[in-house]
Design a binder for this molecule. Structure first.
Ligand code: 57M
Length: 359
C-alpha cells in the first residue's frame, strides 16, 4: 500500500524513490511484523488467558509436558495479523503472487483456527475431522495450482536441486505437485510444532532462505547469472518472506522456552502452507525438502513409526514419534532438542543456498 501511495510521490519528494526498492521494503516489512508481535504480544497473551484459550496437554505424552498445562494457545492469530498487515503495507499489491500467498496464509490459518476452536469449545475433542480438514486444504492448494498453471509466463517445469539442465515439464501434473507441496508443508510444520519454538525457529530460517531465492528469481540479471528460472514479480515475495520472518521472530520472543504461548494449528498450518506456496512460486519447489529438512525429518519419523507399529503389531522404531519426543524421552532437556534442531535447520539452509553454485 505504501508502495502504491508513496512511491508515485517521488517526483515531488525524491527521497520517496526508496519505496521502489524491494530490499528496502523487505527490511521494513520484517521490522513492522516483528514490532507488531513484540508490542501486541503481552496484551494478546493476557487476552487469551482471560478467555481461557489454553492448551490441553495429552497425558500419554512425555511427563515433562504436564507443567505446560494452562499455556495459552492460538498465538498464530497474532502471527497472521502481523504478516498480513505488514505485507499489505509494504508489498506491491499489483503482483498476483502476493494475493495467492496471502490467500493460502489466511485460508490455512482459518482451517487451523476452526480446528483449534473446536478443540477448545468441546474439551478433549480432536478438532475438525481429519478428512474435512484435509479436503479444505486440498481445495485451497488446488486453486493456487490451477491459477499458477494457467498464468501466462509461469512454467510447469520443476527445478531439480544440483542439476542445472534437468527441468522436467510436468504439464497438468504440476497442479498435483502444488497440492502435494502446499498441503504437505502445512502438515509437516504442524507435526513439528510440539516443543517451544521448535517450529517457529526453523520456519523463520526457511523464510529467510526463500527471501533470498525470491529476490534472485525476480531479478532478471541475477536469475540469468545464477542460471535459475526467472519469475517476473517473484521478487515481491521477498517482502512477504521478510514479514513472515519478522513475525516468527517476534512470536519466538514469547514462544521461546519456557513458552508463554503456543501458536496452535492456526499458526502452524498457515506457516507451512505459506512456505510451500513461496517454494512453488520461486520455482524452487523440490529445494523445500532441503530447506525445510527438519520438517521432513519429523514427518518421516511419524510415517516410519506408524508403519512399523502396524507391520509389527506394536513395535516401535523411536521411543515416541514425532522424533523430538524420542530425544526428550532419551533424557535430553527440551531446550537442547530445540536448539540442536535449529542448528540442523541453519545447516540445511546453507546447503540449500549452496545449490546455486553446486550444480
Ligand atoms: C500436533 N502438537 C502438540 C499447540 C501447537 C499422527 C501423530 C503422530 C500426530 C501427532 C500430532 O498430533 N501432531 C500434531 C502436535 C501440542 O501442541 C499444540 O498443537 C499445536 C500445533 N499443531 O501450537 O497448540 C503439544 O505440543 C507441545 N508444544 C510445546 N511447545 C510449543 O511451542 O511444548 C507445542 C508447541 C502441546 C505442548 O505439549 O500440548 C502435540 O504433541 O499434541 N501426534 C503426536 O505427536 C503424538 N504422538 C504419538 O501418538 N506417537 C505414537 C505413534 C505410533 C503415532 C508413538 O510414537 O507411539 C504425541 N503427542 C503428544 N504427546 N502431545 C504423543 C504424546
Amino acid at each position: 500500500m505504501i508502495y502504491e501511495f508513496l512511491y508515485p510521490l517521488h517526483t515531488v519528494f525524491s527521497s520517496f524513490n526508496v519505496f521502489r526498492y524491494i530490499t528496502f521494503r523487505t527490511i521494513f516489512a520484517s521490522i513492522t511484523a516483528l514490532l507488531i508481535c513484540l508490542v501486541l504480544g503481552r496484551w494478546f497473551i493476557e487476552k487469551l488467558q482471560k478467555m481461557q484459550i489454553d492448551q490441553q496437554i495429552r497425558e500419554d505424552g512425555p511427563q515433562t509436558h504436564l507443567v505446560k498445562k494452562g499455556t495459552p494457545t492460538m498465538g498464530g492469530m497474532l502471527i497472521l495479523f502481523a504478516v498480513t498487515v505488514s505485507t499489505i503495507l509494504w508489498a506491491n499489491l499489483s503482483v498476483v503472487y502476493i494475493w495467492l500467498v496471502l490467500l493460502v496464509t489466511v485460508g490455512f490459518g482459518l482451517i487451523g483456527f476452526l480446528d483449534d476452536y473446536r478443540k477448545l469449545a468441546v474439551r478433549n475433542s480432536r478438532g475438525v475431522p481429519g478428512k474435512i480438514r484435509l479436503a479444505a486444504e486440498i481445495i485451497i492448494a488446488l486453486f493456487v495450482g490451477v491459477v499458477l498453471y494457467f498464468k501466462p509466463g509461469f512454467s510447469a517445469q520443476v527445478t531439480i536441486p544440483f542439476f542445472k539442465t534437468v527441468l522436467p515439464n510436468l504439464g497438468w501434473g504440476y497442479i498435483l505437485l502444488c497440492v502435494f507441496i502446499i498441503v504437505g508443508a502445512a502438515n509437516a510444520v504442524n507435526l513439528t510444532d510440539g516443543l517451544d519454538g521448535l517450529a517457529t525457529g526453523p520456519a523463520g530460517i526457511c523464510f529467510v532462505t526463500y527471501l533470498l531465492f525470491a529476490y534472485f528469481a525476480g531479478n532478471v540479471k541475477v536469475a540469468h547469472y545464477l542460471q535459475i528460472p526467472y519469475v517476473p514479480g517473484a521478487g515481491e515475495l521477498s517482502v512477504f518472506c521478510g514479514a513472515f520472518m519478522g513475525a516468527a521472530l517476534g512470536f519466538l520472543w514469547f514462544n521461546a522456552h519456557p513458552a508463554e504461548i503456543f501458536m496452535g494449528d492456526v499458526g502452524s498450518l498457515s506457516m507451512g502452507g505459506a512456505l510451500g506456496t513461496v517454494a512453488i512460486i520461486t520455482k524452487q519447489e523440490i529445494l523445500l525438502a532441503i530447506v525445510g529438512g527438519v520438517f521432513v525429518m519429523e514427518t518421516f519419523s511419524v510415517i516410519f513409526q506408524v508403519g512399523y507399529f502396524k507391520l509389527t503389531g506394536g513395535k516401535r522404531i523411536f521411543r515416541m514419534a514425532p522424533i523430538h519426543h524420542h530425544f526428550e524421552l532419551k533424557g535430553w532437556a527440551e531446550p537442547k532438542v530445540i536448539v540442536r534442531f535449529w542448528i540442523i535447520s541453519i545447516l540445511l539452509a546453507l546447503l540449500a543456498i549452496s545449490t546455486l553454485k553446486l550444480r
